[in-house]
Design a binder for this molecule. Structure first.
Ligand code: GLC
Length: 468
């Protein structure tokens, strides 16, 4: 590449990243699935139920977005969708932009690809499960699919590399560390001619033709079979999965023969496989997935908030990251409300987790090693916060041992005291991190705790006590 070409490409990447990261920050973005606190349908299969209950103990996982969009560091897939909330850099027509996007495959060369490094960092961060994008809406496969050549294993300079079937190596690295494994798969595929056919213009996220002729009905049948085949490939050839995380709610479970896929998978290699057909409120959505948000209130059915560590799902050169204290605070609030946290991290285009991510996550792990009793394997307790929402309560499975987590705010020192109503302690209260006794007084149903010296700067304090 000539110097001028590199410059132009870099400027373009930057413009792209800016336009799209600004968008993802906006509230009410049309691709964010908002949470609705109803419609949950519990599965009937006892193996799935048992697995869901075990999953509830894990609390903390990572969601990797890695794909073509990681090359320039732009928003995942969405820039090639023709909807009016999407902006692209000036100077492109829709078609020229799409061509530029597809051609990113020619530059995708993760020569430093090191999934063991990913797994090492996430394990040290205290995470217990992972979800990886095998295929996002753009249709670019991060696994070696025999049903398309549009994949990292076939269409990139990385194609001849022994690790070019990257999903396999990512899953294996995490299995070695006893993580639960989640397979993200987008039901929509914008690269498939049977979904977005080039004969027609692009009209949005859905299939771009009507089912009004025999030919079109055949295209759609081809599409459905293509998705089913890819799901079968993944569930048959990539080892054990615990979670099948399906995105793109505008294509339905029935469209991709999900029932059949699940039946085979659960009867075969993946007993109790948790199906997350997100935002659909069907029997295939075994847990719900509020996105970039935490539900307002405690919910007593299985759920997980997926939240980005920066503002973006994928790698973004301009990313600013949440602090370790912020992550601890989010995790505490989610656990108190009965959910799990799936934290979004974008590996770099060359195949690593960047030092800035590591710098946030390792201290979170250090906090969890000392205070993890207040998080892992906990269940909810009725009074789960105070009026100020400055403390979050979780309960051990005995229901009598409670934990009070006081997160550190990014902007202020820890308060000297903290008060709450209800959850009145009986006997000794200890600071989990040190085992030292903590002073408190009670007046009626109000408890006031004097936070221990040294509580400041610890990313949050977790206290243990028994209730009356
Ligand atoms: C949204 C976005 C999608 C992203 C997902 C992650 O559904 O549309 O791009 O992968 O959130 O939760």
């Amino acid at each position: 590449m000539s110097y001028l070409k590199i410059l132009t490409a870099t400027a373009l990447f930057a413009a792209n990243a800016m336009a799209l990261s600004a968008q993802t920050e906006e509230a009410g973005n049309s691709f964010v699935h908002q949470h609705e606190a109803n419609g949950y349908i519990a599965p009937e299969d006892p193996t799935v139920l048992r697995k869901l209950d075990e999953w509830k103990d894990l609390k903390f996982g990572v969601l990797f977005h890695w794909g073509l969009y990681s090359v320039p560091g732009i928003c995942e897939s969405w820039p090639i969708c023709s909807e009016d909330w999407i902006t692209r850099p000036a100077g492109f027509t829709y078609e020229s932009y799409k061509k530029w996007y597809w051609d990113l495959s020619k530059m995708f060369n993760p020569y430093n690809f090191n999934p063991e490094q990913w797994a090492d960092i996430m394990q040290d961060a205290g995470m217990k499960y992972m979800v990886f994008t095998t295929k996002h809406h753009d249709g670019f496969c991060m696994f070696d699919s025999k049903y398309t050549d549009f994949s990292i294993a076939k269409a990139t300079p990385f194609a001849g590399n022994p690790k070019s079937d990257v999903a396999r190596f990512v899953f294996d690295a995490f299995r070695k560390k006893d993580f639960w494994i989640g397979c993200y798969f987008s039901k929509p595929d914008w690269h498939s001619q049977w979904f977005w056919n080039d004969y027609y213009g692009c009209s949005g996220r859905g299939r771009n033709y009507k089912l009004d002729t025999d030919e079109h009905r055949q295209w759609w049948e081809n599409y459905r079979t293509f998705c089913k085949n890819q799901l079968m490939e993944l569930t048959e050839n990539y080892g054990r999965f615990d979670i099948l995380w399906l995105d793109g709610g505008w294509v339905k479970a029935e469209d991709v023969y999900l029932e059949e896929v699940l039946q085979k998978a659960r009867a075969g290699k993946h007993p109790g496989l948790i199906s997350v057909d997100r935002a659909m409120k069907t029997k295939w959505e075994n847990y719900q997935t509020p996105e970039r948000s935490i539900p307002d209130v405690q919910l007593n059915y299985p759920w997980e908030s997926c939240i980005t560590l920066s503002h973006a799902w994928g790698w973004d050169p301009s990313a600013k990251f949440k602090s370790p204290a912020k992550v601890v605070g989010i995790l505490a609030e989610i656990c108190a409300k009965g959910g799990c946290l799936l934290l979004g991290v974008g590996p770099t285009p060359d195949g690593l987790i960047q030092p800035e991510v590591e710098a946030v996550l390792r201290p979170v792990g250090a906090w969890l090693r000392k205070n993890g009793k207040a998080i892992y394997s906990t269940r909810t307790t009725e009074v789960y916060t105070n009026d100020e929402k400055s403390v979050w309560f979780t309960a051990a499975k005995d229901g009598k041992t409670l934990y009070a987590i006081v997160p550190q705010s990014d902007d202020a020192p820890m308060p000297a005291t903290i008060s709450w109503k209800g959850n009145t302690p009986k006997g000794k209260m200890t600071w989990l991190e040190t085992g030292k006794t903590v002073k408190y007084t009670t007046a009626g149903d109000v408890t006031t705790v004097t936070l221990p010296k040294g509580a400041n700067g610890k990313n949050g304090v977790a206290l243990q006590f028994t209730i009356q």
